[in-house]
Ligand binder design. Structure first.
Ligand code: NOJ
Length: 541
């Protein structure tokens, strides 16, 4: 958020200074990416001590202060639980790797090599290459779904589970209100570790990497041990979950999680099942995106609560990805916000999204992200399954570092983020795009978000209303209605750069009805201007 001590890195005091900016947006809670002690091989998703804040962000006292000040302002605090893996520098792993007969031996997943010395199976790591790393000291391989510095914990071991619960309880007792759970659907493993069937020798990431046989049992145990007693809110990261499976995680009768983050809508422009995985892109189609939302909205109706997001620290900036980050930056940022926040569920706003921050383009070596660097080595240099040009094109489009550039506060040096050298490149567009400029502009994205969020707080229909898609197959218009207690609202947006002549079906809905919110002041009867979006009370139709 901001760097309070001039070391170039955002920190907890920096967040405290900006709490008014956050709370004025109208949000109810803040999700913080992991801030625990970590060698930062994966931006804190490699934890070496669950009980201590990493000194680069401050200390535990700063965190306790943040919780207190946030609570005073009516904001809840959600921390990030990284429980599928730890850092290889965690004391558990440091012990575990020493021998097969030490108390931490079974804290991780160790397997003997195949008779020819190779890895136990052909499973791949999300960051490229095999999911197994050989450890000389133990003469065995250990499993890591992410980088080799992030060994997977062995959830089969009840002691491991209790260690995680203890850490959760520690923070709950300090006042933390809930947890975002990192890759939580990966914690239970298929312990016989069979090879995936494949026609080549490349490592595979497949269905066995998630939703393992004991997942529900573990979540239920966590619920009974920690979540229920401490009344903690949860949102689990659940790649490979479709809406049907989601119900088994979040239906209230399950007593597992409150909500999950799906990846389905984020993958609509990713070519499915290629060795290049997320880097093999295909054309974006609005109808595909709407189809995913429709599926989740209808299947979870009365059976679960949706999580709504376009951006987070793993996703690029939505205006650059599917909008127009040049001449229609304001219009497309607010159009995407409208169609997302109008849906049923809990929306998440990622820092900078509320002022329409954009993607960046850097030379390969300037990227900090372990996923980009490791996948480049593996796919471009080693396997040669994707060219340098195509890989970089995908990085510019969807690479995680697009969202990790420092927050742009104003047009002073380093966007007002730090007075020294920032830990990562500041987006060169900061003089044009920054919070100060946005707030004083007539076309303020931040104030549009404020209005959207206010609507959700003030109108039950925005919370409870049923969702019915309109013009599902249209490639330009995103439209749906919300209905509740005899009231009906239309959420409507042109998601293209073209002027769209409104279809008869929508014209009829609009006649004589009341505009609730609109991103563009001037409206031309019968047409939608580029990225024009609105919410209209159509109850009188
Ligand atoms: C998902 C997190 O959001 C991502 O940033 C991280 O690299 C992986 N999980 C591994 O923890």
């Amino acid at each position: 958020m901001g760097d309070s001590n001039g070391d170039g890195i955002g920190d907890i005091r920096g967040i405290i200074f900006k709490l008014d900016y956050i709370s004025s947006l109208g949000v109810d809670a803040i999700w913080l990416s992991p801030m625990f002690c970590s060698p930062m091989k994966d931006n804190g998703y490699d934890i070496s001590d669950y009980y201590r804040i990493d000194p680069i962000f401050g200390d535990n006292q700063d965190m306790y202060n943040l919780i207190e000040v946030a609570h005073d302002k009516g904001l809840k605090i959600i921390m990030d639980l990284v429980a599928n893996h730890t850092s290889d520098q965690h004391k558990w792993f440091q012990q575990s790797k020493k021998s097969i007969d030490n108390p931490y031996s079974d804290y991780y997943i160790w397997k003997d090599p195949k008779p020819d010395g190779s890895a136990p199976n052909n499973w791949g790591s999300h960051f490229g290459g095999s999911a197994w790393e050989f450890c000389e000291e133990r003469g065995q391989y250990y499993l890591h779904y992410y980088s080799k510095e992030q060994p997977d914990l062995n959830w089969e071991n009840p002691k491991v589970r209790q260690e995680i619960y203890n850490a959760m309880i520690f923070w709950a007792e300090k006042g933390v209100d809930g947890w975002r759970m990192d890759v939580i659907t990966e914690i239970s493993k298929y312990t016989d570790f069979p090879d995936y069937e494949t026609t080549n020798h490349l490592p595979v990431i497949g269905f066995m990497h998630s939703n393992g046989p004991r997942l529900h049992e573990y979540l239920r145990e966590m619920y009974d041990t920690v979540l229920e007693p401490y009344q903690l809110m949860t949102v689990g990261e659940a790649q490979n979950s479709n809406a049907e499976f989601a119900k088994s995680l979040i239906a209230s009768s399950r007593k597992e999680l409150d909500m999950i983050f799906t990846f389905e809508h984020m993958d609509v422009d990713v070519f499915p099942n290629t060795p290049n995985r997320k880097w093999q892109l295909q054309e974006f189609r609005l109808s595909a995106l709407k189809q995913v939302f429709k599926d989740w909205q209808s299947k979870l109706e009365n059976e679960g609560w949706n999580t709504l997001y376009f951006e987070n620290h793993d996703r690029p900036r939505i205006v650059s990805r599917w909008g127009n980050d040049k001449e229609y930056r304001y219009e497309s940022a607010t159009a995407f916000a409208t169609v997302l926040h109008g849906l049923k569920g809990t929306p998440f706003v990622y820092q900078g999204e509320e002022i329409g921050m954009t993607n960046i383009k850097l030379e390969l070596k300037k990227y900090d992200d372990v996923e980009i660097q490791n996948n480049y080595r593996e796919l471009v240099q080693k396997n040669k399954t994707i060219s340098h040009e195509d890989f970089m094109k995908a990085v510019y489009q969807i690479g995680r570092d697009n969202a990790r550039t420092p927050m742009q506060w104003n047009d002073s040096t380093n966007a007002g983020f730090t007075k020294s050298i920032p830990w990562f490149t500041v987006n060169p567009r900061y003089q044009e795009i920054n919070a100060e400029a946005d707030l004083s502009s007539e076309k303020s994205i931040y104030s549009y978000y404020q209005q959207l969020i206010k609507l959700r707080h003030e109108h039950e229909i925005m919370v409870e209303g049923d969702v019915q898609m309109v013009l599902e197959d249209d490639e330009n218009i995103f439209a749906y209605t919300r209905s509740y207690k005899g009231q009906s609202w239309l959420i409507l947006a042109n998601m293209s750069e073209k002027i769209i002549n409104l279809p008869e079906q929508i014209r009829e809905l609009l006649v004589g009805n009341n505009m609730v919110l609109s991103n563009v002041k001037y409206t031309e009867e019968g047409n939608l201007s580029p990225y024009q979006a609105m919410i209209v009370d159509i109850s009188r139709v």
